[in-house]
Design a protein around this ligand. Structure first.
Ligand code: PLP
Length: 458
C-alpha cells in the first residue's frame, strides 16, 4: 500500500468546519461533531480513517468502487494519459482516443440497438442529458407535445435541477422549488413498505398499472418517457416484484413512450449482470450510467442511446446543443476503459451473479432472517437491505420517526462497518471484490449492531 501522509487530523477537522461544505449534509451536525470523519486511505474493501480505524466499506464508497480500492493499474493508466494528453474537448468536431474506445466498449456491453454513448461527469448530468435529449428527439421527430416524463415517488436520479425533479424525493423538492414542470410521479414498487399484505406479484402489477393510469390521465400524446432505476438504490434498495419491469416495458411500448433505465447504481455488475435491465430482461431506449463505470476512481458518466434516436437527430441535420467541458474527458475515459477490463479479467460480474451475490443472500437470511428486529432481508447481486421493525412478522416501525436506521448504522460504524441508513432500513452495496469472509463480517456486524441497539429502539 502507498505510504500514507502524516495528516494533522484535529487541524483538518477544524478546517472542515471552518471552510468545507460537504455534500448532502447538515452543516449544524458537521459543526456539532467537530468536523467530518476523515478517511485517509483504503485497500481492497477496507477504508481507514484518520484515527487509524479500519472500516469495512459496505457501501463501496457511494455505491461505486466496484473493483475495490488501491488498483495500481488505474493509477498507471491515468498517469500515462495525463502525460500524453490530459485534456482536449469534444465540442468542435474533435475527439480524443479514450472516449471513442470507451463508447465502443460500453455499446458492446449494452448490446441490442444501444449503439451510441454520450459522456458526462456525473449521474445527475447524465439524467440532465436524458431530459434534453428526449425532448429534443420528440421535437425533431415531429411530436413536440411529447414532453412529460413519468418517474416514481422516492426515486433518486440526482441532485441537479432536472435530475432532482425527475427524482421523487419530496425532501429534495422542498429545497429550490422543485420539481420543474412536466414531470409526473407515480407509486413505487416497494412491496415491504406499501404492499405488505398483498400478493407481491399482484402488488407489482398494481404499481405498473399506476404508470398506465397516469399516461392516460395526462394523454399518451403528451408523454415523452418513463425513467426508473432497475432497483431503487438511494430510495432504500427497493427490488421490484417479479413481472413488474416486463409490465412497465409493455406499457411504454403500447403508448410509444421511451423507456429510460437509470443504471447509475445497478450498472457495471451490481446485480450480477453488466446492467440491471439485462437482469430484468427488458430493452430500454436510453441508459444512464456512472459510478461503477470508473469504479469512482475519476468522475465520468455515460448516456447510452439507441440507434433509432440517433437516426432522428442525424436525419434532422440539427446540432444537439448540449455538452459539458469535460464530456469524454480523456483521463477519466482511459481509467473507465481499464476499469472495465479489470472487471472482465477478474470475472467480477459472473462472480457477483454466481458466487458472492448468492452468498450474501444466504448469510443475510441465516444470520438476520429470524432476528426479532428484522422485518425483511432482501438482496440482489451485491446490493441489499435490512428492514428494521418494531414487531416481527409485520412492517410496523419503531416510534423513532425513521431513526431506527441511523441508530443501527451508527452502531455498525462503531464496530468497524460502513453501511448506510435509509429511514428504518440498513442498506449495503459493497465492492464487487468483497470476499466471503468479509461478507460474514458485514452481516455479523449488522447482527451485533442490531442487538446492541435493541434498548435504544424500544
Ligand atoms: N441516478 C441514480 C440511480 C443514483 O443512485 C445517483 C446517485 O447516487 C444518481 C443518478 C446521481 O449521480 P451523481 O451523484 O453522480 O450525480
Amino acid at each position: 500500500m502507498v505510504t500514507v501522509r502524516n495528516y494533522d487530523i484535529p487541524a483538518l477537522r477544524k478546517l472542515d468546519v471552518a471552510h468545507h461544505l460537504p455534500a448532502q449534509s447538515s452543516y449544524k451536525l458537521q459543526q456539532d461533531m467537530g468536523g467530518s470523519r476523515i478517511i485517509t486511505h483504503a485497500k481492497g474493501s477496507t477504508v481507514y480513517d484518520g484515527e487509524g480505524h479500519a472500516i469495512l466499506d459496505g457501501m463501496a464508497g457511494l455505491w461505486c468502487v466496484n473493483v475495490g480500492y488501491g488498483r495500481k493499474e488505474l493509477v498507471d493508466v491515468a498517469a500515462r494519459q495525463m502525460e500524453e494528453l490530459p485534456f482536449y474537448n469534444t465540442f468542435f468536431r474533435t475527439a480524443t482516443p479514450p472516449p471513442i474506445e470507451l463508447a465502443a466498449k460500453v455499446a458492446s456491453l449494452l448490446g441490442g440497438n444501444l449503439n451510441h454513448v454520450f459522456f458526462n461527469n456525473s449521474g445527475s448530468e447524465s439524467n440532465d442529458t436524458v431530459f434534453r435529449l428526449v425532448r429534443t428527439y420528440w421535437a425533431l421527430k415531429g411530436e413536440p407535445k411529447r414532453t412529460i416524463f413519468i418517474s416514481r415517488h422516492n426515486a433518486y436520479h440526482g441532485s441537479t435541477v432536472a435530475s432532482a425533479s425527475l427524482g421523487g424525493m419530496d425532501f429534495m423538492h422542498v429545497q429550490g422549488g422543485l420539481p420543474i414542470p412536466g414531470i409526473e410521479h407515480v407509486m413505487q414498487p416497494y412491496w415491504f413498505g406499501d404492499g405488505f399484505n398483498e400478493d407481491p406479484v399482484a402488488f407489482g402489477e398494481r404499481a405498473a398499472a399506476a404508470i398506465e393510469e397516469r399516461i392516460l390521465a395526462v394523454g399518451p400524446e403528451n408523454v415523452a418517457a418513463f425513467i426508473g432505476e432497475p432497483v431503487q438504490g438511494a430510495g432504500g434498495v427497493i427490488i421490484p416484484p417479479p413481472g413488474y419491469w416486463q409490465k412497465v416495458e409493455a406499457i411504454c411500448r403500447k403508448y410509444g413512450i421511451l423507456l429510460v433505465s437509470d443504471e447509475v447504481i445497478c450498472g457495471f455488475g451490481r446485480l450480477g449482470e453488466w446492467f440491471g435491465f439485462q437482469h430484468f430482461g427488458i430493452k430500454p431506449d436510453i441508459v444512464s450510467m456512472a459510478k461503477g463505470l470508473s469504479s469512482g476512481y475519476l468522475p465520468i458518466s455515460a448516456t447510452g442511446v439507441s440507434s433509432e434516436i440517433v437516426e432522428v437527430l442525424r436525419a434532422s441535420g440539427e446540432e444537439f446543443v448540449h455538452g459539458y467541458t469535460y464530456s469524454g474527458h480523456p483521463v477519466a475515459a482511459a481509467v473507465a476503459l481499464r476499469n472495465i477490463q479489470i472487471m472482465e479479467d477478474e470475472h467480477l460480474v459472473e462472480r457477483t451473479r454466481e458466487d458472492t451475490g448468492p452468498y450474501l443472500a444466504k448469510v443475510l437470511a441465516e444470520r438476520l432472517g429470524d432476528h426479532p428486529l428484522v422485518g425483511e432481508v432482501r438482496s440482489l447481486g451485491l446490493i441489499g437491505a435490512v428492514e428494521i421493525v418494531a414487531e416481527k412478522g409485520t412492517n410496523r416501525r419503531h416510534g423513532t420517526g425513521g431513526q431506527a436506521g441511523p441508530i443501527v448504522r451508527d452502531a455498525c460504524i462503531a464496530r468497524g462497518l460502513m453501511v448506510r441508513a435509509i429511514r428504518d432500513a440498513i442498506v449495503m452495496s459493497p465492492p464487487l471484490v468483497i470476499t466471503h469472509a468479509e461478507i460474514d463480517q458485514l452481516v455479523g456486524t449488522i447482527a451485533d449492531a442490531l442487538d446492541a441497539s435493541a434498548e435504544q429502539l424500544a
